[in-house]
Design a protein around this ligand. Structure first.
Ligand code: 13P
Ligand code: MG
Ligand code: MG
Length: 385
């Protein structure tokens, strides 16, 4: 059978600031998914949150960008928004940027990661389907660039790349997220285009990995949401908070080969007002954003898939392990180090990236007041210059 995995997330309101959705909101989305399973739209679904974002993981047979599946998720988020409004929660409906999208919800605010594949357990090259979903809060889609690149292209992280199933490497589809006229993409393969990939992926704010494919088997390994809210809304409406689906084992990297790069707690754009450069902290799923600063967070949960496309009844939470406590401390230390220098230089995102936020208005207002000085150093009147 052909199975589609769809992961759609949105921030539609949170308690006490931008921390986490309420239990009532989560219950509402879970109720909606149970209905969608009962009426045959979905095979299975699982609802979670990472920080203030609700993520709906779904399996079905309707393909990617399916109107019914996307409209279902949109309606579930609208229902959760109504609850957020009822209780006066912060940012109710924040990521639902249009009134009513016709068709799929890409470009309407929610983050979407989807992929479709042949699901015939017991047969080669995929005798068993195992995959993980990642959800990140307080950061942009480029947060995944480095760890995905290392997991799928660098044998220092994935020694499995030296095995016959993977030695031809992987093909990366990369989106130029600054091009708002459409999906502007390039495909590059590792190992051949290794340095070209690095040249693009170093710029987390502009270029994002959108999909990864096995070159040996020509099947999709990963899907990542590369939608950028400020490009959609034309103004700052919250950070993009990307999600990803990654298939693992066998013809793909193993979970440990994929998650090891998160031990770097690498610096990404995000944190408070989406305007700082701060480390990405791996956390358990359903973790709220609290603590000093609001470090970018990423969760990673794994499932197996039964022959009928349903998920294993329990999941594995990859970052819920004492080994990751050390990484969390490291992230906090890196956060202190960066925030010690407050707004200065590398600690905040560059002006171009702040373009859509209120910081831009402040700076532009001041830039407009600059005027050439008289020769004796007295400031000239602007209209006299
Ligand atoms: P969210 O996108 O998670 O709502 O966060 C936005 C923000 O500005 C944090 O300070
Ligand atoms: Mg929010
Ligand atoms: Mg968020």
């Amino acid at each position: 059978m052909r199975v589609t995995l769809s992961l759609i997330k949105a921030d539609v309101g949170s308690i006490g600031g931008h921390t986490k959705p309420s239990a009532e909101m989560i219950a509402e989305v879970e109720r909606a998914t149970r209905n969608a399973i009962d009426n045959g739209l979905l095979i299975d679904a699982w609802v979670s949150h990472t920080g203030d974002d609700i993520a709906i993981l779904m399996s079905h047979t309707r393909g990617v960008n399916n109107t019914d599946v996307h409209q279902f998720a949109w309606q579930a988020f609208l229902d959760a928004t109504a609850i957020a409004k009822k209780f006066g929660l912060y940012g109710a409906g924040q990521d639902l940027l249009v009134d009513a999208p016709s068709g799929n919800v890409r470009g309407a605010g929610p983050a979407v990661a989807e992929l479709e594949f042949d699901h015939n357990p017991g047969t080669r090259p995929r005798p068993a389907e195992s995959f993980m979903m990642l959800a990140a809060d307080k950061c942009g889609p480029g947060a995944y660039n480095l760890p995905m690149f290392l997991g799928f292209a660098d044998p220092m992280y994935c020694a499995g790349l030296m095995l016959p199933n993977m030695i031809k490497g992987f093909r990366f589809r990369i989106v130029d997220m600054d091009n708002t006229e459409g999906d502007s993409i390039i495909e590059l393969s590792a190992p051949g285009d290794y340095y070209q990939l690095a040249a693009l992926l170093r710029d987390n704010e502009r270029f994002g990995i959108d999909a990864i494919f096995s070159r040996t088997f020509d099947v999709q390994a990963a899907a990542i949401s590369t939608q950028r809210l400020h490009n959609i809304a034309g103004t700052y409406t919250g950070k993009d908070d990307p999600v990803a689906i990654v298939r693992n084992q066998g013809i793909f990297p193993a979970p440990e080969e994929l998650v090891s790069a998160y031990a770097k707690a690498h610096y990404v754009g995000g944190d408070a007002r989406g305007s700082h450069v701060m480390p990405l902290m791996p956390v358990s799923v359903n973790t709220p954003v609290t603590g000093m600063y609001c470090l970018p967070l990423v969760s990673c949960v794994g499932f197996s898939m039964a022959p009928d496309g349903t998920f294993s009844t329990s999941h594995v939470d990859f970052f819920d392990n004492p080994a990751w406590d050390a990484v969390r401390w490291k992230a906090q230390e890196k956060g202190y180090a960066m925030r010690e220098q407050g707004w200065s230089g590398a600690a905040m995102l560059p002006y171009t990236e702040l373009e859509y936020s209120g910081f831009r208005d402040t700076v532009t207002g001041l830039v407009n007041r600059f005027a050439f000085a008289h020769e004796d150093g007295r400031p000239a009147r602007k209209d006299a210059v």
